[in-house]
Ligand binder design. Sequence first.
Ligand SMILES: *[C@@H]1O[C@H](CO)[C@@H](O)[C@H](O)[C@H]1NC(C)=O
Length: 821
Amino acid sequence: MRLTKSIAALSLLFTSSLAELLPRSYDTHDFFALHLDDSLKPEHVAEALGAHHEGQIGSLPGHHKFSLPHGQASTVESLLNELKVRRKRGSDPALYDKREDGLDGILWSQKLALKDRLHKRVPIELDSRTGQSPGPAPEAVDRQKLIASNLAIKDPEFQKQWHLFNTEQVGNDLNVTGVWLEGITGKGVVTAIVDDGLDMYSNDLKDNYFAEGSWDFNENYQEPKPLLFDDKHGTRCAGEVAAVRNGVCGVGMAYDGKVAGIRILSKPIDDADEAASINYGFQQNHIYSCSWGPRDDGQTMEAPGILVKRAMVNGIVNGRDGKGSIYVFAAGNGAAHDDNCNFDGYTNSIYSVTVGALDRFGNHPSYSEACSAQLVVAYSSGGGDAIHTTDVGTETCTGAHGGTSAAGPLAAGAIALALSVRPDLTWRDVQYLLLETSIPVHAEGDEVQLTPIGKEFSHQYGYGKVDTYSFVQKAKEWELVKPQAWYTSPWLRVQQEIPQGEQGLASYFEVTSDMLKEANFDKLEHVTVTMNVEHTRRGDLSVELRGPQGIVSHLSTARRGDNAPTGYEDWTFMSVAHWGESGEGVWTVIVKDTAVNEHHGVFTDWRLNLWGASADAASQQPHPLPDEHDDDHNIEDAVYATVSIKPHTKTTPAPTATDHAERPVNQKPTNTEAKPTATPEVPTPIEDEETAPTAEPTETASSSFLPSFLPTFGATPHTQVWIYASIVLILIFCIALGVYFYVQRRNRLRNNPHDDYEFEIIDDEDDAQVPLAGRRGRRRRGGELYNAFAEESDEELLSENDDDDEVPFRDHLREKGDSEI
Ligand SMILES: *[C@@H]1O[C@H](CO)[C@@H](O)[C@H](O)[C@H]1NC(C)=O
């Protein structure tokens, strides 16, 4: 009797543990991510739901993953949905009894799914232009030999690693050797390559491999070894950062630094694993190098899910002992498809360093995307060559690593060198230093703006190419910035049809010094604009942000292949172009519907976020983790924004010399600037009663001499004359008053210190593509944009960069590659 009982018990134990032993995969199970409050134990939740607790999601506090066999998940799903509804209504104890099972403590839930949405940034269309090389310069070759012998570099591929020391296009390299000669080689810094694995048995990597920081999320295994035939990407990236100086292949930027491998790209993964991957080992891994993202096909507009967003902020706030993990992202290879890195929620995050590419001639490779969120560029394939680095295999090298995929890790390598001398730099200090020390790229057809802090910003090259030497030198003496502060505007309601063609719909918001003071805000770094636009063809839209100091960010550009009938839904664009401004003044968003066709749309609303350094460090709290409801709002609650719209008239720009040597000049504006022709129209700060959209023609029976669209007030024609005459008189008085205030304001601005500088937008256009457009330049006094609105008619304001939308962000040279990289 007892025996049978214990046999039964044993077999029960056996079957249940067998179920436990069977691998829980998406083939057999459903998975859920839950955020639990502090009082709720995951074991308790597992029991209450009849689910298996898979563990905490990476390093995210309170976030856990649970699984259930297929078929058992639907009841749990409906329970979780019920809890969600309850949370939405607010858990008023008067309305709801506290649940006995304690599940009120579930703060958030999501059913997980495998996604195959992240792609390596290997260019599909290669830039096969081969530039004319003069051949190696003898002095440069000698210098390279001397450096190699001083540093005992015997790696056979070192001479081919032009990105480290270029003997042909002298100066077109990352200028790293001077740093090595000072003994700075990346000691003590770990760069995690988040990719398709890393060949830790390669003789060129194994001595620098950091196992503790490595994990394979695709196989759920500790060793992220490349397994698929094309799992070569991560190994190549790793070699760029930290290939060992040992006589095998070449050397990495930080050849005494360490590399970890985090494998996520070889199979579809869910958001929980992705979130865990970018926080993996985040006290020991310092830099996360990410050469991937949503598709670069010019049709995709995708951001990471809320779990991944939270993980990123978690990394920023808690990683590297509170200094913040450094996320480096490749800008994207979709330039030939009109793609723009602001359509990618990883590259346009304020928390990532976005890196575009430059070829060995210092030219723009046709794949490399532009955007206002791009911080810097680094070298990569194009101009007939590519990056020479380590490959999968014991002693295998490659000379064919390319795309922005190869540019990102080189910037990561430079950051590793800087962190090895200054481990205390925060994630924002790293961005400051890159911005401060990168060298502007002067290229044909690129639009460059001189910013108020004296930096040159271009959407194609960001603040320029990474100069490792000056970056590391500046890092040595860098004073750490104060903690991050932010200012968020209310939602601004526009709700107006966007005119088609060369027009735009502009909406204004004024940030006052009081608002910034309240936000403990000192100086601007990143700007984000979250917006809603309804449109039947997304690719027709473009968006410009004009800052108070005259800098223009092209937040979005038209994409010829983007047919999505969606417009923008709570999409957040980012710009680094306004870095260093005070943030105070009028910010203008101009939405354009660039194509005259059957597709129309409405600019619904927007919200401005300024991110920067705090005024008082002691009282500044870190930013909370993002919430899925952060952008929730009722349009009815949004404040009416000032809106302006005027038909476009083509203006002839003043011809200007566009020699690069005289790009940004400090000279007074010429008199060719349009003089005000109409009543000055200074945009007024938003006010609740400011309601442009409500102007509706009143229908009246026309018993009147007046045009039918004018109201008759139900009066006799005689009285009507009196009414309208009075209106005209009042108008004249208002205009006179307006002119008076305008002159006053103008005089005030004249005495503004910002007047000392001005910048010029050069907009060289590709003659072959735009036959009518010559080269031309525009000047605008930087400190006076607010006033500049007044000085110009709206036609000019709105049309000024019409052509720019079309040209600088598109790559005209589209060539088919003849080899696969
Ligand atoms: C490159 O590094 C050297 C030191 O090796 C430094 O003198 C120089 O200013 C740096 N930048 C450029 C553009 O050469």
